[in-house]
Design a protein around this ligand. Structure first.
Ligand code: HEC
Ligand code: HEC
Length: 196
């Protein structure tokens, strides 16, 4: 009798582990695709593409959003969804998302891109996010090819200390002096830069 119960428990545990490891299935089952797209590549307006993003960064964001450390009005609709995930499920989703090919970010305005590129250089963004925002320091976010509306919203949120996690505060000094129009130029540039 005891043996059968134990075997049953073992099967349930094994099924749980297999499910947690399947980031793709979890991403769909947890409702994430509704806003971020089936493979994290077709995000709604003001919503980040997640495909191809750094796995450690993604995991940290999911955890900080779940814990309420990263909070913003724009995150309110997502909060109930992330609240229904366990830490190991978040990691499985992040690992899977990081391995997906990044989104195609469309086209941009040449004059804004040129101004944005100059600002990215002048403001010292390269030091942490790499040339063209494509080669960040380990566990920092890739910016190249991200949606421009999302990028602009984040730069403003970090500048205005709305998104004020320990790591986001590392870059406040670099963005503090940027006017909204300059933020939009930088976002335009980054959204159009290619990942290598
Ligand atoms: C109702 C729409 C919606 C749903 C559903 C949703 N998200 Fe989000 N998500 C957003 C928005 C909007 C943002 C950006 C908010 C902001 O401006 O900070 C975001 C941000 C994120 C980020 C931060 C990305 C970055 O580059 O910093 C991650 C990671 C994320 N979501 C994962 C998930 C996961 C995993 C799920 C499913 C459990 C999910 N989201 C469900 C709308 C949604
Ligand atoms: C000292 C290092 C550092 C510098 C310099 C820096 N950043 Fe960041 N940036 C970070 C870190 C770390 C994060 C992620 C914060 C977190 O984990 O919440 C980040 C996040 C971001 C994000 C949000 C990405 C996302 O997916 O949500 C954007 C956009 C961004 N940085 C743009 C810039 C721009 C533009 C500059 C230059 C004006 C800049 N950063 C300079 C370290 C830096």
């Amino acid at each position: 009798m005891m043996r059968w119960i134990l075997a049953g428990v073992m099967m349930v545990l094994a099924a749980g582990t297999a499910e947690a490891a399947d980031g793709k299935a979890l991403f769909a089952a947890k409702g994430c695709t509704a806003c971020h797209g089936a493979e994290g590549r077709k995000a709604l307006a003001a919503t980040p593409h997640l495909a191809g993003q750094n796995a450690v960064y993604l995991t940290r964001q999911m955890n900080e959003i779940a814990e309420g450390l990263r909070a913003a009005p724009a995150l309110k609709p997502m909060k109930p969804f992330i609240d229904k995930t366990a830490a190991e499920e978040r990691k499985a989703m992040a690992d899977w998302l990081a391995a997906q090919p990044p989104a195609d970010s469309g086209t941009g305005d040449a004059a804004k891109i040129a101004r944005g590129e100059e600002l990215f250089d002048e403001q010292g963004c390269i030091g942490c996010h790499g040339a063209n925002g494509a080669k960040p320091l380990s566990d920092y976010p890739v910016l190249a090819g991200q949606r421009k509306d999302y990028l602009a919203a984040q730069i403003k949120a970090i500048r205005d200390e709305v998104r004020s996690t320990r790591r986001a505060r590392l870059m406040v000094a670099n963005v503090r002096t940027l006017k909204d129009a300059q933020v939009d130029d930088v976002a335009e540039f980054l959204s159009q830069s290619k990942r290598k």
